[in-house]
Design a protein around this ligand. Sequence first.
Ligand SMILES: [Zn+2]
Length: 245
Amino acid sequence: MTDLPYRLVNEDGPAAMVIICDHASNRVPAGYGDLGLPPAAFERHIAWDIGAAAVSEILARRFNAPAILSTVTRLLIDCNRRFEDPNLTPAISDGTQIPANRDLSQAERETRWRLYHQPYHAAIAQAIDRKLARGRSPVVLAIHSMTPTMRGIARPWQIAVCWDTDQRLSAPMLDALRAHSGIVVGDNEPYSLDPNEDYSVPFHATRRGLEQLQMEFRQDEVADAAGQQRWAKLFGDCLEQVLGH
Ligand SMILES: [Zn+2]
């Protein structure tokens, strides 16, 4: 198996869209063992965004767009965090201590940043650059999933749009999702897009003036193939509408 920290899906897809999935994988790269955690920890949301990779891949095929997916667990390094952020290499995640990240040296943080975080982001930048070189300004679409409960509180939102100041796509997407009766849509709930926390969309889209969407799908809704298809279709239909296809 390749040890690349990212995976490209539909690399040459011509759409004016680049799909990114920061937390697609629960994989620990060779040499890092189990990070001091039991196997069950890697099945939990602390290790990855359950269902997000599958949703990203379905959307990449439907829209014929490239997708870049991280292949490293966020317990080793969180690709959606800045270097200065302590949660780049979390010592504790939703109440679980990560022994391998305790008292981590600056050198080790730098190593992980160089080996895993930055190559993933270089692949995203390259995909965006290729679009721009062809005169097409791509939409940056970030796919995440969220745990159905956090610290004992159930989350009612089945899908959420996370935005900061750029509402070019987030506002019409919220309208399109709300037009589907019977689903609960989060508007910056449970998270907003926060440039002080989020790295990927601010770095790749906001900084370059590109249109953007950051989505959260609730993990119990996208835990199996049927749910992934259902939610990718519902969201994809809305996206098609928003982009004016
Ligand atoms: Zn995520």
